[in-house]
Design a protein around this ligand. Sequence first.
Ligand code: ZN
Length: 114
Amino acid sequence: MTDMKKPEIPKTLSILGERFTVRQQSGLQGNEGDGAVDGYQLGHRIFIDADNSTSRKWRTLLHESMHGALHVTGTQSELGEEMEEIVVQTLETHVVQFMRLHGLAFLDAIKGDS
Ligand SMILES: [Zn+2]
């Protein structure tokens, strides 16, 4: 599948009921990795490296949305920066593997749930 046929990165994201804006920006590599998330004070913004492939952008969006969820719940301040990154990387890897194996079945099974 070419990049042209892959779904676009959304411009906004709802994370646990909070609205985040998603910005694609060049030159994040080496600075913030592939993405970054700002917390409450800076206005709920997620940055995604604009130069990456669409699949990499989606993985970054998932990763940064997990940081966002930890910000929204206040869990991030309990973890500390280093542990937060370990938790997010672990969950990102797990969720991607889970979705690869069971994603369609999972979505079908929970269809109609609130
Ligand atoms: Zn991270």
